[in-house]
Every structure is written in C-alpha cells, then in structure tokens.
Write a protein that binds this ligand. Structure first.
Ligand code: AMP
Length: 107
C-alpha cells in the first residue's frame, strides 16, 4: 500500500505543526482549519478507515479518546467535537484513519 500523507508527515518527509505525540499517535494542526482549533489525531498504525478497525485495535481507539481529553486540558478548552469521516461516502479524503478535534465555535 502506498504511504499516506500522514505517514509521510510522521516520517518527517512533509512538514506539519505538531501539537502532541506519543508512541501510538501524532496530533497535528489541520492545514485547512474549519474552526479556531482544528487538530487531527492520527494513529501511527496506518489503518485505512474505521471499517478496518479490528478488536485488537480497540485499545488504540480508546487511547484516541484519552488524547482528546489531554488536548482539551492542555489547550484549556471547555468543549470540543471529535469526528471521524469514514469512507468516500462519509467525506473521508485521506485513507489513514484520523479523528478531527474541533473547538472554539462560540468565539
Ligand atoms: P478527511 O476528509 O476526514 O479525510 O480529512 C482529511 C483532513 O486532512 C482534511 O481536513 C485536510 O485539510 C487535512 N490535511 C490534508 N493534508 C494535510 C497536511 N499536509 N497537513 C495537515 N492537514 C492536512
């Protein structure tokens, strides 16, 4: 499978503004923000879509929710949206699973 743009960012081939990273995920600022805060939580594991998640990936999916909490605390955000676009019909453009973390709608 061809490397996704997100794998290329993780490997340092393409620059990105990194907000957070650990051994399982990287969090970058979306290049075309749809809100004051628009981050992408991206697992290092290149799973194509949410439909490709297996039972062994469930701790990783849980971890993504923990990372969302960490980001909200770090950035002192009272609320946020966590969105996954799944498949072309769901509006997914990059086929490397990721969650949009959006905040700052009321400012
Ligand atoms: P999706 O439509 O859910 O696949 O979302 C893909 C997201 O990746 C879009 O919001 C894009 O703006 C964002 N994106 C694409 N290329 C980059 C990049 N090089 N750096 C940061 N965000 C990107």
């Amino acid at each position: 499978m061809e490397k996704s743009i997100f794998t290329r960012i993780m490997e340092g081939e393409i620059p990105a503004k990194v907000e957070y990273e650990d051994e399982q995920v990287i969090v970058i600022h979306d290049i075309a923000p749809k809100a004051r805060v628009h981050l992408l939580i991206i697992p290092r594991k290149p799973i194509a879509t949410l439909m490709d998640v297996t039972p062994e990936d469930l701790p990783l999916i849980g971890h993504i929710h923990q990372v969302a909490q960490t980001l909200a605390k770090k950035l002192e955000l009272p609320g946020f949206r966590l969105i996954n676009n799944c498949g072309k019909e769901g509006g997914q453009e990059v086929f490397h699973i990721h969650y949009h973390f959006l905040a700052g709608f009321t400012e």
